[in-house]
Design a protein around this ligand. Sequence first.
Ligand SMILES: NC(=O)c1ccc[n+]([C@@H]2O[C@H](COP(=O)([O-])OP(=O)(O)OC[C@H]3O[C@@H](n4cnc5c(N)ncnc54)[C@H](OP(=O)(O)O)[C@@H]3O)[C@@H](O)[C@H]2O)c1
Length: 333
Amino acid sequence: MKGLIFNQQFPSKILFGSVADPVLRSGEVLVRIKAAALNHRDEWSRQGLYPNLKDGVILGSDGSGIVERVFDEANSFWVGKEVIINPSKNWGPNQKAQSKDFQILGMPENGTFAEYLAIPVDRLHTKPPHLSWEEAAALPLAGLTAFRALTYQGNVQEGEQVLVTGFGGGVAQFAAQFAKAKGAILSVSSSRSSKLEKAKTLGSDFQFNYLEPDWTQKSIEATNGGFDLIIDSAAGDTLSQLISICKPGGRIVIYGATMGNPGKVEARKIFWNQLKIMGSTMGSDQDFLDMLAFVQEKKIHPVIDQIFAMEEAEKAFDRMKAGDQLGKIVLIP
Ligand SMILES: NC(=O)c1ccc[n+]([C@@H]2O[C@H](COP(=O)([O-])OP(=O)(O)OC[C@H]3O[C@@H](n4cnc5c(N)ncnc54)[C@H](OP(=O)(O)O)[C@@H]3O)[C@@H](O)[C@H]2O)c1
């Protein structure tokens, strides 16, 4: 079969070429991948910025497809079924945090950027029928991350002022859609006016360009006092801005650090304003089930940025690196 192999010795670090067919082990099924989707961790891996990188691995955490074969007769129910794949592996029994054996599909074990994937049967879920193959592939990692950050950690409530930063991001567009569907008053920020325009057409109530020096002041005025809940993946020096626009008693959930570690943070503003600053990563199996049920109930459709053939993966990765995307970048094997 063909797959997108990661190797730090390759000039572009990735190559779509011939690889050995997956060999099924007990408890596994073989999925013929119909569509896969990029996440920033794939690009971090290409840049050598992801921990525990292993050469020769097929990248990719997100995928949708059809089950072709099962190892165990007991799982034959799945043969021919249309599925999506939960990329959280070994979360463990604790809803509060993942176990030390937690892994994300696609590094250090083979992922979805290939024609076929061998995967434990317990990672399969029926593809939501209202989603296309591409939309279904776009959902798992980003949808799960956004859902846990917003609900389990952020405890979003109807009528709250919610800010989702960096609207162009894959996770951010889910966080924004989910927040709106939960009845929040939604603000988004972005570096590009075109993305802010799109956010408006998709139903956000307020939009801010985080490159404008006075955006925090504008956001306080527009929301009449700031935010109950902020969902962010930038961190860096943005964090002190977010602290300054969070209402007393408000919550900030951070699920990424695209801008690195924060430089200066005013501790007094955190304790005086009774703020809660939380981290969130991916999600448990329960979060995944809850997210899927919510997406089906609300008939949510992921925002697809562009669809590339896997042969053109380099272009897709470059698009993500440049931050040109709005929503999810999809790859077709
Ligand atoms: N903890 C987890 O489980 C988890 C899961 C998924 C992702 N992540 C992390 O979260 C981050 C986003 O991932 P993704 O897959 O959604 O990436 P992505 O689709 O590449 O989105 C990145 C977005 O970040 C936004 N951004 C950049 N600088 C910003 C700033 N200073 N303030 C606000 N937003 C800024 C940009 O939004 P605009 O273009 O709108 O400006 C950009 O489009 C990455 O760091 C990733 O590693 C963590």
